[in-house]
Structures are given as structure tokens and as C-alpha cells.
Ligand binder design. Structure first.
Ligand code: AHG
Ligand code: MN
Ligand code: MN
Length: 335
């Protein structure tokens, strides 16, 4: 008889076998998973739980916050403050870093998160998620924002939880990608997919086409060639999906391949892109790479970018390796 493998057991086995997870990191991931369970319950209650709609506030990015953005942020902070595994946290919804209060022991890790990704989908009952990234705090006393400004290649764990028809936690600690589905009766995440692989080729792309007129030439060239289908230079037809929740688009790509793009565009030329490097692009980029895909900003591997600030933005192209390479080469050819 085979037994279901819980997230707890998976993490214990990773700790034993690969020595990949020190016990503080194991605790951290368990706590993040527990917080996601609680966010999942709030999401499921929807209007019955009074969690839909807009809050009366703006975040540091100048975006109107939804009630659930704030609820999810509070749940993650409250869950992670007291365990002794963290030195500090950073979130899309908070301007500065959040230190672990003095009354609790300080740990050696830093946690970054997008508490609720896909906010525009909350009220319309479409999949949303939580994205997280874990870094090690550099040696030395205290903790500052500077300690967070590490390239994505320094991540020690990353993942997301998607609140869709199923609630699924997707995780990497640097030894491939594993997926855990929430068993609501048991109240635990159960391993449902290991050694996730993104096919190297795809005929499916994800981009917000309404921004086409604002893109730069290499981006237009790539999409234009896809749209020409069988009769064009690519010699094959392409399909398109755009969910407007990065978690949901990335989850589809991890499941059946594809390429996701949110490129720089002319609407706000001084911004590198819409998505945030440290708690959106880095964790998703690492997951995709761990599954055999690639992630670039057009000129550089996302994980090699050294962030200049906490809420830094970045142009994002990630997914099936050969498509991402093609995008990179079109950008290179245009320089
Ligand atoms: P968030 O809800 O955390 O602000 O992120 C939304 C992001 C991302 O999830 C999605 O891919 C993209 O914004 C959608 O943007 P458009 O509405 O411009 O298509
Ligand atoms: Mn987001
Ligand atoms: Mn968000």
C-alpha cells in the first residue's frame, strides 16, 4: 500500500537526503504553507466572509489595495513573526521591511512575498495566489533593507500557492519543483507532482495583447510571427491565454508548457516593467528554471539581476526554453 506524502514528510526527507533544508528553513516553509491554507479558506468564503472588494488604501506602488491584499499580508506576517526562523520580511503591500519584533528570537532567513497575486481577479472568482521567496540574511548584526538586495540566484527556497479549483502549493528548494494539493478533509498539503518539467517547445503564449502598440520592436516581432501561424516564419499555429494572475499563468506553463511575457512598454518608459523583481519575477524565474525552462528580461537572466531596491520592477519573459531563447535573441538582434 502506498501512503500519501505530506508536505511535512517531503521536507523532512529533503532535509535528510540532500541536506538542502536546515531545520529553520523547514519550519519557515511549514509556516508559509499554514498561512496559505488560511488565505485559501478566506478566498473560498468570498462574499460570505466579507473579504471581497476594495480597501480604502493604496500600497507603495500606488495601486488601490483590495481587502484580500491586506488580509493575506496580515496572515503571512502574523504567522511568520514568532517562530524564530526569520530576521525580517518584505512584501508588495509594505513600503519598508518588517522586522521580527524584539520579543521574539531572530532567525537567519529573510522572507519576501506577494501576498495576493492577481488582485483584479479576486472579485470575479478567477484563480489568484501567493508568491514567496526566501533568502539567507548576510552575516553581521541587525538587518536592513540592503540585506534583501540579493540576486535571485541566491534564493534558498521559492514557491507559490494557487487558489483555484484546487489549492496547490508549488515549491523549490533547489532540487527540482514539487506540487502539493491541499486535502481539505485532512487539512494538509499532499505531494501530487514531483520532478515537474516544462517542455522546451510550445505553441502557446501569454501576454496582455491590449498593450501591443506600446511594446518595443523585438516584442512586436515575436508576437507578430506567432500570430502569422502556419503561413508565417514559425510555420505553426499558436494559441493564446492571459489570466492576469501571474500565478495562474505560470502554473499552466509548469503543467503543460508555454511562454509568459510582461515586457517593458512605452506607457511608463522609466519603469523597467510592471512586475516586481524580488517577489514576483525571481521566485517564478527560479521555479521555471528548476523545471528546465528559462527566464530573461530580454538581455539578462532574471536570476542574475542584482536589485537596486526592494520594489524594483523588471521586464519578464519566462517559460519553455526555446521560446525564451528566441525572445532573447530578437532583443539582442535589435540592440
Ligand atoms: P498583483 O495583483 O500582485 O498586483 O499582480 C498582478 C500582476 C500579475 O499577476 C499579472 O500577470 C499582471 O499583473 C496582470 O496585469 P494586467 O492587468 O496589466 O494584464
Ligand atoms: Mn503580483
Ligand atoms: Mn499582489
Amino acid at each position: 500500500m502506498t501512503h500519501a506524502v505530506s508536505l511535512t514528510r517531503y521536507l523532512v526527507e529533503q532535509q535528510r537526503a540532500g541536506g538542502l533544508i536546515p531545520s529553520q528553513l523547514r519550519l519557515l516553509l511549514e509556516v508559509v504553507a499554514r498561512a496559505c491554507k488560511s488565505i485559501s479558506l478566506a478566498v473560498n468564503k468570498g462574499a460570505l466572509g466579507g473579504v471581497l472588494g476594495t480597501a480604502e488604501s493604496e500600497n507603495v506602488q500606488g495601486e488601490i489595495q483590495k481587502k484580500l491584499d491586506i488580509i493575506a499580508n496580515d496572515v503571512l506576517i502574523e504567522a511568520n513573526e514568532w517562530g524564530g526562523h526569520l530576521a525580517a520580511m518584505a512584501s508588495e503591500e509594505m513600503e519598508g521591511i518588517h522586522l521580527v519584533p524584539n520579543r521574539y528570537p531572530q532567525g537567519e532567513f529573510l522572507l519576501l512575498f506577494d501576498p495576493l497575486d492577481g488582485s483584479s481577479n479576486i472579485d470575479v472568482n478567477v484563480s489568484i495566489g501567493t508568491i514567496f521567496s526566501v533568502l539567507r540574511k548576510p552575516e553581521g548584526p541587525g538587518v536592513s533593507e540592503q540585506d534583501f538586495l540579493q540576486a535571485g540566484s541566491k534564493q534558498v527556497a521559492a514557491g507559490y500557492c494557487i487558489y483555484g479549483p484546487q489549492t496547490t502549493l508549488v515549491l523549490t528548494v533547489g532540487a527540482g519543483v514539487a506540487m502539493f494539493t491541499l486535502d481539505r478533509e485532512q487539512g494538509s498539503f499532499v505531494l501530487t507532482h514531483e520532478h515537474v518539467r516544462v517542455p522546451e517547445d510550445t505553441q502557446e503564449f501569454a501576454i496582455n495583447m491590449s498593450n501591443m502598440r506600446h511594446w518595443d520592436a523585438p516584442m512586436r516581432r515575436y508576437i507578430d510571427e506567432c500570430l502569422q501561424g502556419k503561413e508565417g516564419p514559425r510555420g505553426k499555429d499558436f494559441n493564446m491565454r492571459w489570466i492576469a494572475s501571474m500565478v495562474a499563468d505560470v502554473h499552466r506553463i509548469l503543467t503543460r508548457g508555454g511562454v509568459f511575457m510582461y515586457p517593458w512598454d512605452k506607457r511608463e518608459p522609466e519603469k523597467a516593467g510592471k512586475l516586481r523583481l524580488m517577489y514576483e519575477a525571481n521566485p517564478m524565474g527560479w521555479l521555471i528554471e528548476q523545471a528546465g525552462g528559462a527566464a530573461t528580461n530580454g538581455s539578462q537572466r532574471i536570476l542574475d539581476i542584482t536589485p537596486g531596491k526592494l520594489h524594483e520592477r523588471v521586464s519578464v519573459m519566462l517559460g519553455s526554453k526555446n521560446e525564451v531563447e528566441r525572445l532573447r535573441s530578437y532583443h539582442e538582434a535589435a540592440r
